[in-house]
Design a protein around this ligand. Structure first.
Ligand SMILES: [Zn+2]
Length: 94
C-alpha cells in the first residue's frame, strides 16, 4: 500500500513574537505564515516550511536553500497565489 501524504494545513497569522516569518509544526503538519510578507516572500516561506515537514531531519541551511530555489523557480514560471471568493464556485482549470 502506498503511504498517502498527510495534507498540510496552512494558516496566515502574525508571528511577531516568535521572531520568525514562518513556522512549521512537524507532528501536526501545520504551517504558519505571516500575512504581512509580500507575495514572493510568502511563497518562499511556504516552500521553506513545507520542506521542514517533508524532511524533518534536514538541516536549517539545507531547508533554506531548498525553499529559496523552489520559490524562485515557481515565481520565475509565474506561479502565483489566487485568492478565491469563498462564496463562488472554484474556476475550472484544465
Ligand atoms: Zn527553517
Amino acid at each position: 500500500m502506498t503511504k498517502r501524504r498527510k495534507k498540510s494545513k496552512v494558516v496566515y497569522v502574525k508571528l511577531g513574537r516568535q521572531r520568525a516569518w514562518g513556522q512549521a509544526t512537524i507532528g501536526e503538519g501545520l504551517i504558519e505564515i505571516d500575512p504581512r510578507l509580500g507575495a514572493k516572500r510568502q511563497l518562499e516561506v511556504l516552500c521553506h516550511e513545507q520542506v521542514h515537514l517533508t524532511f524533518p531531519e534536514m538541516s536549517e541551511a539545507q531547508v533554506d536553500r531548498a525553499g529559496k530555489d523552489l520559490a524562485a523557480v515557481l515565481w520565475d514560471q509565474n506561479y502565483r497565489r489566487v485568492l478565491l471568493n469563498p462564496n463562488s464556485n472554484p474556476p475550472k482549470i484544465s
